[in-house]
Write a protein that binds this ligand. Structure first.
Ligand SMILES: Nc1ncnc2c1ncn2[C@@H]1O[C@H](COP(=O)(O)OP(=O)(O)OP(=O)(O)O)[C@@H](O)[C@H]1O
Ligand SMILES: [Mg+2]
Length: 549
């Protein structure tokens, strides 16, 4: 014991058994029971909630009411300054402005604990000149106990209390109280650790989510679309404006012009970006499958429907549904779709329950829907439902000024996947500008990828640029800008066949059209007056091997 009356936990335990039956024993036993009850209550409070300031206050309240320990206070080490800051306090002192009070290491009783982790016990506050009583709440004649709150090996805070009774000269129960306060301190440490862990995990999860969102927005946002031509700038402006609202968007444009890309950008820049973007290619499925894919089905709705399943509409609830190739759906399916668009509700296939959804629709097609309406192939009412905000993506040949930018952007992308730097020469860029690009940006991408594969050093020269469509060799040129004769590039495709030649078999006709369309199926379909679904079907049934570039 120090001369001033402070000691660092005097360890002498009462022998309850030898003292059995004496008045001291009864007092000690009573306190013991009281403390056990309080400890139980404290452990319950600590395990209940993870808002640890509120929890600490409640523990302190319990200590005062059930264990006779007043002026409870929890101070926590501020990780930035290393000083102790009061986090929770109970009793009349709750209106003291505690926020301003700090204890530096070594300063005051609490600061001593920071300097060297230990329990500090005062028999009487008045005996200790270093006791600061900054809060002015402690009674001079009462004892004082402060214990470290440890998280792992580090001291993260201090729990301090003042027992309500003065210490008698004889048969002191102070040690017993000290052990109890230490136990509570340990429990608090565990709970602080838990809540810190939870906080950390929460914030790292949030960080991860934000990063993910930024990456997604970057990947699918307007950044991923290149084009400085006036037409494209107008399209981007319109898309950015319409993104904010729930307006239905109809994206038009030839194959490969970036319809899907702009649909992505609209969704990821809309208030719905936190929810799903669900896509469905309407041309890819036969009608009965399309229906159950879109609206879902109940168990037993058809053979094979063993489980009920949500359709794309339900999956897109709160988000966006992208209906690609909308021009390909049959009249009866058009009617079904119209109802959902008008009423926002439908039934699952084989179900009677009406499902309501909140979905923003973006549709896309390369078809001339106005003509389809005139011909009676497309419902006029559905057309108007979809065509609320039309966006036209012009073909690449109408914005050749974009080719250098888009080309470099695509080369960057290809370079990333090949893990090397690719550069393109001015001559190659000039050659790219002299072609009509029936497959648009997708064809440009394929062309550049082929060139990259053929380039050993990673430089794309004009002679590596080879077009997949025979049109180039047929002397296609634009305006007064005749295409130069390129000798270096051997032909990739075989000489063109005329797919209208009546002597050709069905298979030869389809192959000829595919050759001419640079193996872009949708375009070949158009040449043959078929839908993409029809040509896909023929490619399959006629056993045509599809060239992949
Ligand atoms: N402006 C652009 N900037 C960069 N890349 C583009 C641009 N437009 C299209 N692309 C790229 O071209 C390819 C084709 O684009 P997308 O799939 O969006 O075309 P689409 O209009 O949906 O074609 P289809 O009608 O054949 O489905 C994609 O790889 C896309 O990333
Ligand atoms: Mg598409």
């Amino acid at each position: 014991m120090s001369p001033t009356g402070m000691h660092e936990k005097v360890l002498h335990h009462h022998d309850h058994h030898s003292a059995g039956g004496t008045p001291e024993y009864c007092r000690s036993h009573g306190l013991h029971l009281l403390q056990m009850g309080a400890l139980y209550a404290v452990s319950q409070v600590l395990s209940r909630s993870l808002d640890y300031r509120e929890t600490m206050r409640e523990v302190l309240r319990l200590l005062a009411e059930e264990a006779g320990l007043l002026h409870g206070m929890v101070s926590v080490v501020d990780p930035e300054t290393g000083s102790l800051v009061i986090h929770a306090i109970v009793g009349d002192e709750s209106d003291v402005d505690v926020g301003a009070i700090r204890y530096q290491p070594g300063e005051g009783m609490l600061g001593l604990i920071l300097e060297k982790p230990r329990t500090i016990v005062l028999k009487r506050v008045s005996d200790e000149p270093r006791f600061l009583n900054r809060l002015g709440i402690y009674q001079a004649e009462l004892p004082f106990i402060a214990v470290p709150i440890r998280v792992g090996n580090a001291v993260r805070g201090v729990l301090s209390v003042q027992p309500e009774e003065p210490e008698p000269e004889e048969n002191s129960l102070l040690d017993e109280r000290v052990s109890f306060v230490e136990m509570v301190g340990n429990l608090m440490g565990q709970s602080v650790r838990l809540s810190q862990q939870v906080e950390q995990e929460k914030s790292s999860l949030l960080e991860e989510r934000d990063l993910l969102r930024r990456t997604v927005r970057h990947q699918f946002g307007f950044d991923s679309m290149v084009g400085r031509s006036a037409v494209m700038r107008r399209v981007f402006d319109q898309a950015r404006m319409v993104a904010k609202w729930n307006t239905t968007v109809l994206i038009r444009g030839e194959t490969g012009t970036g319809k899907e890309l702009i649909a992505n950008a609209i969704h990821y820049n809309s208030p719905r970006s936190r929810n799903a973007l669900v896509k469905l290619n309407c041309a890819a499925l036969p009608e009965n499958l399309l229906e159950s894919e879109l609206f879902g089905h109940e168990r037993g709705a058809f053979t094979g429907a063993v489980e009920s399943r949500k359709g794309r509409f339900e999956q897109a609830h709160g988000g966006t549904l992208f209906l690609d190739e909308i021009g390909e759906i049959s009249p009866s399916f058009q009617a079904k779709l119209l109802r959902v668009l008008q009423e926002g509700e439908f039934e699952r296939v084989g179900g009677s329950r009406t499902v309501k959804v909140d979905v923003r629709i973006i549709a896309a097609t390369h078809r001339d829907l106005e003509t389809a309406v005139d011909m009676g192939d497309f419902r006029e009412d559905l057309f108007y439902r979809l065509n609320v905000m039309p966006l036209f993506l012009p073909p690449l040949r109408e914005r050749i000024e974009d080719i250098p930018d888009i080309g470099k952007h695509l080369l960057n992308k290809i370079g990333q996947s090949q893990e090397r730097k690719l550069v393109i020469t001015e001559g190659a860029l000039r050659r790219l500008a002299q072609y009509d690009w029936p497959g648009n940006v997708r064809e440009l991408e394929n062309c550049l990828e082929r060139a990259a594969v053929l380039s050993e050093a990673g430089q794309i020269d004009a002679d590596l640029i080879r077009f997949s469509s025979p049109r180039d060799r047929q002397g296609f040129n634009r305006g007064s800008n005749p295409a130069p004769k390129v000798d270096a590039a051997p032909p990739v495709a075989s000489p063109p066949m005329d797919f209208n030649d009546p002597n050709l078999s069905e298979k030869e006709r389809v192959i000829a059209a595919l050759e001419q369309a640079g193996w872009v199926q949708a375009k070949a379909a158009r040449l043959l007056g078929m839908t993409p679904r029809q040509i896909a079907y023929r490619i399959q049934t006629l056993g045509i091997e599809v060239k992949q570039f």
